[in-house]
Design a protein around this ligand. Structure first.
Ligand SMILES: Nc1ncnc2c1ncn2[C@@H]1O[C@H](COP(=O)(O)OP(=O)(O)OP(=O)(O)O)[C@@H](O)[C@H]1O
Ligand SMILES: [Mg+2]
Length: 436
């Protein structure tokens, strides 16, 4: 019954990092995109979602396994597959019309046909009248519409959208999404299948026929959920809320980034990523959790609503709190531990001590930095040292991010100080100025 459009069979991808080491980003990814379906792909930052999309679009090759488009091996960009990027990737010196025409031009289509097709795509996406505008004259939402028109003008059979809405404010993103859904449902575009990478669980459930959850390090499809609800879907309906709940459960199962899950515990290694959670957000969630109406246990979607955190932020905060032993997660619920309660009751000085202790015990990178400083309390350590260390296992961006998180947390736990101007870490100064 299902007609496959694009198939990934046991696809693997390894990137060489700057230090010459190889890092496996995708491993044995199996996935089939069928005719008539919209599939959402959810997963942690860095889990390889964009890499998978770029492989499906033929923009980069897989290292192992095979990619089939309509049953044929895919080599290089395919005519029927278009991709929309998060960063609008428009040429600033070209008008809207010219930006949309680019792909057609590359295919050698005549000027007249190009201009007709581009105009039609521009109209379809609601930008009529702006053909002559330059990207900088447009709002973010309109710029992304140009990005989408540029994909649609190719009349793609497969549309791959990589967080196409996440650079936009919530309302703008929602409106654009609704417009695309309308084009899809009314058959105004020839597109047969859509794959959307998203960080927004609600968006995924509202749009898709299937939701895939990606696991990290290396990336692979960990779970899959069918969404059989009829459209249009009511975001307030029990069925939708229930599915959102389920997806949260899938996303938090064995969570905290690449942490190894042993029973209920998550143990990090020195070279692992850290969830990008701010301490103030972590404390905010703990405080919310102990109070009415949650009284120690909350449904993550409800908590997302209450805090207005994005799913990404909330999942990062939950991962961080889990990692530090303040909460545990159970099927999409977050439940406070005795230590978490103790933390909320504590005053600031006590909180700092608890936080610092949990960091040393649970975050090897922070323990390692602290040890380094203790060995030579007079000296400073430069952050570059630690970046270089992390580069053995992480890409540059991920290494910088992990160290940034470690520094923020470590400073808060009074384990070390950080000199912004010089990029050095040192031991906290003793409270010699205690005149207050
Ligand atoms: N060209 C490249 N060279 C080296 N490493 C790369 C390259 N492209 C991606 N990576 C690394 O591969 C991993 C997966 O990246 P990818 O962009 O696919 O993740 P993602 O799931 O899309 O993340 P995000 O949600 O942040 O967009 C990351 O660690 C990234 O740094
Ligand atoms: Mg990405």
């Amino acid at each position: 019954m299902n007609t496959p459009v694009v198939e990934l069979q046991s696809v693997g991808k390894t990137f060489r990092l700057a230090d010459g080491k190889d890092r496996s980003v995708l491993e044995a990814v199996n996935f089939t995109l069928n005719e008539g379906e919209i599939v959402s792909l959810l997963g942690k930052s860095g889990s390889g979602k964009s890499t998978m999309l770029r492989i499906m679009a033929g923009l980069i090759p897989a290292d192992s396994g095979s990619v089939l488009y309509r049953g044929q091996p895919l080599f290089g960009p395919a005519d029927g597959i278009s991709m929309v990027f998060q960063s609008f990737a428009l040429f600033p010196w070209l008008t809207v019309q010219k930006n949309v025409e680019l792909g057609l031009e590359a295919k050698g289509i005549s000027a007249k046909e190009r201009s007709e097709k581009a105009e039609a795509a521009i109209e379809l996406i609601g930008l009529s009248g702006f053909e002559g505008a330059l990207p900088r004259e447009l709002s973010g939402g309109m710029r992304q519409r140009v990005g989408i028109a540029r994909a649609l003008v190719m009349e793609p059979e497969v549309l791959l959208m990589d967080e196409a809405f996440s650079a936009l404010d919530v309302l703008t993103g929602e409106r654009l999404r609704e417009d695309i859904m309308e084009l899809w449902e009314t058959g105004k575009i020839p597109t047969k299948a859509i794959l959307v990478v998203s960080h927004n669980i609600e968006e995924a459930v509202m749009m898709s026929d299937r939701v895939l959850v990606f696991a990290s390090d290396p990336g692979r499809v960990r779970d899959e959920l069918q969404v059989t609800l009829v459209r249009p879907r009511n975001v307030e309906s029990l069925e939708v809320r229930d599915l959102i709940d389920k997806v949260y459960g899938l996303m938090t199962a064995g969570s905290a980034r690449s942490g190894r899950v042993t029973g209920k515990e998550i143990k990090l290694q020195l070279g692992d990523r850290l969830p990008e959670a701010e301490v103030s957000h972590m404390e905010g969630i703990l405080e919310l959790l102990v109070n009415e109406p949650f009284l120690g246990r909350a449904d993550l979607p409800k908590l997302a609503e209450e805090t207005e955190f994005s799913d990404e932020e909330l999942l990062a905060v939950s991962s961080a709190l889990t990692l530090l032993g303040f909460v545990h997660l159970d099927q999409g619920d977050i439940i406070i531990n005795p230590l978490g309660e103790q933390y909320v009751q504590a005053n600031n000085a006590e909180r700092q001590v608890i936080f610092g202790k949990q960091l040393i015990e649970n975050v090897p990178l922070i323990a390692y930095i602290r040890q380094g400083l203790e060995k030579d309390p007079s000296g400073d350590l430069h952050e570059d040292m630690f970046i270089r260390l992390l580069r053995f296992t992480l890409s540059e961006g991920a290494a910088i991010s992990a160290l940034r998180v470690a520094i923020e947390w470590g400073r808060y736990g009074d384990l070390f100080e950080y000199e912004f101007n010089t990029g050095t870490l040192n031991m906290p100064k003793k409270e010699e100025t205690s005149e207050e």
